[in-house]
Design a protein around this ligand. Structure first.
Ligand SMILES: [Fe+2]
Length: 133
């Protein structure tokens, strides 16, 4: 069993977004496996970079969709995305500077933030976007 597991309970009923969320979960699992296997700093750094890159891409896709239909809670939602990116950027910088180990606390943060964000914040736009077809 992976560190993070996708379930139908996390679905937002938009297959493109569900696939992106699944990929995000895969990347966190890959990062977790690499860390557990004691892989080198370089591997961890590349994987963390890929996670950051993909998160930016995914958030942009979600924000585009919300904006297209004038989702009323867009600003608050976008602010959550931004604070996540900021946190991951801090991890990357700290990691590169050698100040930070890629600890289980960081992995747990990534997992918990992602699950809570999908299950609560993302789920909130489901009825709105569904009504727009
Ligand atoms: Fe989101």
């Amino acid at each position: 069993m992976g560190f993070m597991v996708w379930s139908d309970a996390l679905s937002v009923n938009i297959s493109e977004i569900d696939h992106q969320h699944q990929h995000l979960i895969d990347l966190i699992n890959i990062l977790h496996d690499a860390m557990k296997q004691g892989r080198g700093k370089e591997v961890l750094s590349v994987t963390l970079d890929e996670l950051a890159r993909y998160a930016v891409e995914h958030f942009a896709a979600e924000e585009k969709l919300m904006q297209k239909y004038g989702y009323p809670e867009f600003s608050a939602h976008k602010a959550e995305h931004e604070s996540f990116i900021k946190k991951v950027t801090d991890f990357q910088n700290g990691f590169i500077a050698g100040k930070l180990l890629l600890s289980i606390e960081i992995l747990t943060f990534l997992r918990d933030w992602t699950i809570n964000h999908i299950a609560e914040t993302d789920k909130k736009y489901v009825p709105f976007l569904s009504s727009k077809g």
